[in-house]
Design a protein around this ligand. Structure first.
Ligand SMILES: Nc1ncnc2c1ncn2[C@@H]1O[C@H](COP(=O)(O)OP(=O)(O)OP(=O)(O)O)[C@@H](O)[C@H]1O
Ligand SMILES: [Mg+2]
Length: 303
């Protein structure tokens, strides 16, 4: 991966209205993996539960963030946090106050346009802008995210109940395309928390997803790895762990990032179903990694 002279400003919403299916974990790790590859990434945390903010170790309530962004109380560039984050990653934080957004907005405000102007101001400073959404498709922040994004990345855990959630997510995307944002395309469906034993279930879910959205499954799966919830509790990504390249789940996220890079770089071919698989999935040269002294790792295993 190479950093470009002119950032591409690609906006990717990470969705699936089902709760606890890896949206936030995938958002922060994909941004951090792309950051390792030399890309500039911004995460906008659009969930009042502030999952991405906490996962990145930023204290809630310390900074103004998406509430101020969406109510236009502060300009976007004033709200960006860049300290103590994974290499190449910046963040606009969330906090519980975001759940009061509707009350704070004019009743005449167009919910679908809330992110348009703020993104126009900052998008071009980044290669990728990730919008981490709340587990509710009707939430104002989710509507705003889906209405402005160019791509949506769908997260799912292969669980017997996932198929219903995914089907609903596909319906949400086609509704958004019909009513709000015809340019929105599914970048891919990623299965994470994949247990090596549940291969039949995964295959069933995969073929259902592939039938609904031919060619849009990601080839890379993210394994079940106890390390990920542990790191989330410590406010870190796997890319801030010493010798992370030896950690299987870090390699998987680097491969997934390479797929994201490939698909977004060749959008037209990908959308026509003519894009060959990424040649060698693993990003080649991770850069500028600084080990964190204060962080001691208990378990580097990914199953
Ligand atoms: N590959 C994985 N292996 C094991 N645990 C995982 C994996 N991916 C995510 N998790 C854990 O699963 C839980 C849910 O993940 P996450 O918070 O990313 O989901 P979410 O879709 O953002 O949830 P919400 O809808 O509540 O925002 C977290 O505890 C997370 O650490
Ligand atoms: Mg989340």
């Amino acid at each position: 991966m190479k950093k470009r002279e002119h950032p591409r400003g690609i906006v990717i919403a990470v969705g699936n209205q089902k709760g606890g299916v890896g949206k936030t974990t995938n958002t922060v790790h994909l941004a951090a993996a792309l950051g390792q590859g030399g890309y500039r990434c911004l995460i906008i945390d659009l969930d009042p539960a502030a999952g991405a903010t906490r996962h990145l170790g930023v204290p809630e309530n310390k900074f103004a963030g998406t509430f101020e962004l969406l109510t236009q109380r502060e300009s976007a560039d004033q709200l960006i946090i860049s300290e103590n984050l994974p290499h190449g990653v910046h963040l606009i934080t969330s906090r519980p106050q975001l759940s009061e957004l509707d009350a704070a907005l004019s009743k005449f405000a167009d919910r679908t346009k809330l992110l348009e102007q703020p993104l126009a101001a900052i998008r071009k400073s980044y290669d990728f802008v990730f919008l981490d959404t709340a587990p509710f498709a009707g939430a104002t922040t989710t509507v705003a995210a889906y209405s402005v994004a160019r791509w949506i990345l769908l997260s799912a855990f292969p669980h017997p109940l996932s198929l219903g959630g995914l089907t609903e997510a596909f319906r949400d995307v086609s509704d958004v395309r019909r009513h709000r944002n015809p340019a929105l395309e599914v970048l891919g469906v990623v299965f994470s928390n994949v247990d090596g034993r549940a291969t039949r279930l995964r295959a069933e879910l995969e073929s259902a997803a592939a039938a609904a959205l031919p060619g849009r499954m990601f080839e890379t799966h993210i394994s079940q790895a106890v390390l990920l919830p542990e790191l989330s509790g410590c406010g870190k990504t796997v890319f801030q762990v010493p010798a992370y390249l030896r950690v299987p789940v870090a390699q998987q996220y680097l491969r997934l990032a390479a797929e994201v890079e490939h698909r977004t770089q060749h959008r037209e071919l990908f959308l026509q179903g003519k894009l060959p698989a990424v040649a060698d999935g693993l990003l080649s040269v991770p850069r500028a990694f600084t080990p964190l002294d204060e962080f001691t790792l208990q378990d580097q295993g990914g199953k």
